[in-house]
Design a protein around this ligand. Sequence first.
Ligand code: 5RP
Length: 230
Amino acid sequence: MKSNAGGDDAKRAAGERAAEFVADGDVVGLGTGSTAAHAIRRLGERVDEGLAVEGVATSHGARELAREAGVPLRSLGDTARVDVAVDGADQAAGGDLIKGGGAAHAREKIVDAMADRFVVVVDDTKLADALSRPVPVEVLPAARASVAAAVRDAGGEPTLRAAARKDGPVVTDNGNLVVDCDFGRIADPAALARTLAATPGAVEHGLFVGLADDVVVGTPDGAAAVESEK
Ligand code: 5RP
């Protein structure tokens, strides 16, 4: 489910540009994935230069990287708002997103939604006219079959996400499974988001509708353009 299509230079350009949105004293949401990782590393450099921030990690991976980069951390469970969140996406269309390629979308949505400013970082291959990638849905293990049936009823094709270097399925940081749900081109993301959110046993889905404030788009030549969505 992960996409590395855009190349690291484009991801780096977006991530490092987004790190400049952070101001002294900010509480910062730290996104998950290879593009957000560039923002975390750049933030670590800015901390070395004297910037005072507290990071809130969206995943085990983001937390480990923040520790390595020297970004001070506070716990998500004790946090109700952040100033800026910087996070990647698997696809972006007019500010609406599909996230969850790293199976972290439940915590990512908590953090990104509580941000005063949510800055999305993508390479230019992630931009689309309409969302069309499979939508990751984190499900309680006991709801795997019932959520899959509900997804089929809604017109989607569910696939349990398999782990890459372990037998069996992906298990999230929350101890749940991930079902990737292919709906083809999604004409009405908000309506689909409501349907998935109302499905019993579906903990969180990867549609982020109307949450992004800015989308920073990196290109392979190392440039980054900021698109304001609000
Ligand atoms: C993790 C995510 C990531 O932000 C998304 O998959 C993008 O990752 P990358 O920057 O590595 O392409 O949603 O759950």
